[in-house]
Design a protein around this ligand. Structure first.
Ligand SMILES: Nc1nc2c(c(=O)[nH]1)N[C@H]1C(S)=C(S)[C@@H](COP(=O)(O)O)O[C@H]1N2
Ligand SMILES: [Mo]
Length: 337
């Protein structure tokens, strides 16, 4: 079905809103304007023509709650991570917020519209497993406690597209310190929310929901490992993994779990979502390496979103200096797929 672009002035008065919603609206309209697409079941329910699809879209937009953490942004950029490197300009925010992978809302790139159904409050984060004292923290308390800063990172998806974005957030090491892991904790397992009523992709029972990812404690303590709570100087849009997601730029994008509700410290290596689904193609470490192809395609180059062609992919996505030392003595392991 091809949807006509909904113009700003066609939106009902109540949808004329603060900027946070405006941002979401732009992402939504992008989604609508993107051409033929499969709409989520919710948006299509009872829809027999374009007009009612537009009415549904307007209703959805009007019901999107503004993010209560907006007042925290923008935050100061950390000069150590000030840009994406030579010839790597920051990706246009419209692209980074409308071309997404978030399988909870559909197994395609046009999920920004459907992701507006994500309920971001109340939201709690549980720290448990092999730690001094399990705890559950309200997201707004956590945001108040953590040292927020901005960092520009490259992101390289295993599908060979990439982007450069300014994340806001805090070092994952700060969260590890808050958790006080016991010496038996060797890994952190990160879990995404579960809400199939609002995230229709989770009704696709052939996927091993909830989305799980993991890091070793050493990786989590590396300065590059970051919990992102915003992007482009604003709170994290739902489609990019509100209210908090991982950013580990030396690894393929699928390691960067979105919309996390639980961090479990374990002695055993967790099995991640993609590993569970297709172990032969997606291993645990998944570090970027142009010389190690995916089972079905080359990883030698990548397509920057908004760019005009391909560029070479770099070992550890260009972050070897910071992270190569983590893997000393592990050369026999499957570090790169
Ligand atoms: N929970 C969850 N996290 C996820 C995904 C997902 O489908 N679900 N997709 C991953 C993949 S494959 C990529 S490339 C990045 C994309 O992040 P972006 O949409 O903000 O660019 O999110 C990662 N985190
Ligand atoms: Mo990805």
């Amino acid at each position: 079905m091809l949807l006509k672009r909904l113009k700003g002035w066609e939106l009902p008065e109540r949808a004329v809103t603060p900027e946070s919603i405006f941002q979401n609206r732009r992402a939504l309209l992008k989604g609508l304007a993107a051409g033929p697409m499969v709409l989520s079941a919710a948006a299509l329910a009872g829809c027999s023509d374009e007009a009612s699809a537009e009415a549904d879209a307007a209703k959805l937009l009007a019901s999107v709650e503004p993010d209560p953490s907006s007042h925290l942004y923008p935050v100061k950029r950390n000069p150590a991570y000030a840009d994406g490197g030579p010839d790597r300009p920051i990706t246009d925010s419209d692209l980074a917020t409308s071309y997404n992978n978030f399988y909870e809302f559909g197994s395609h790139k046009n999920i920004s519209r459907a992701a507006q159904a994500l309920k971001i409050r109340p939201w709690t984060v549980t720290l448990d497993g092999e730690i001094a004292q399990p705890k559950t923290i309200d997201i707004d308390d956590l945001l108040d406690k953590m040292p927020l800063e901005e960092r520009v990172y490259r992101l390289r998806c295993v599908e060979a597209w990439s982007m450069v974005v300014p994340w806001s957030g805090f070092p994952l090491s700060a969260l590890v310190k808050l958790a006080e892991p016991l010496s038996s904790a060797k890994y952190i397992r990160m879990e995404t929310f579960m809400d199939p009523e609002n995230a229709k992709g989770q009704k696709q029972h052939w996927y091993p929901w909830p989305y799980i990812e993991g890091l070793s404690i050493e990786e989590a303590m590396n300065d590059l490992a970051f919990i992102a709570t915003g992007i482009y100087g604003k709170p994290m849009p739902r489609q990019n993994g509100a209210p908090l997601r991982l950013a580990v730029p030396w690894k393929y994008g699928f390691k960067s779990t979105k919309s996390i509700v639980r961090f479990t410290f374990t002695s055993e290596r967790p099995v991640s979502f993609w590993e569970e689904l297709q172990e032969s193609e997606y291993g645990f470490w998944a570090n970027v390496n142009p010389e190690v192809p995916h089972a079905r395609w080359s990883q030698a180059s990548e397509r920057p979103l908004g760019g005009d062609g391909k560029i070479p992919t770099l070992l550890y996505n260009g972050y070897a200096e910071q992270v190569a030392g983590l893997y000393k003595g592990m050369e026999g392991e499957r570090l790169f797929t």
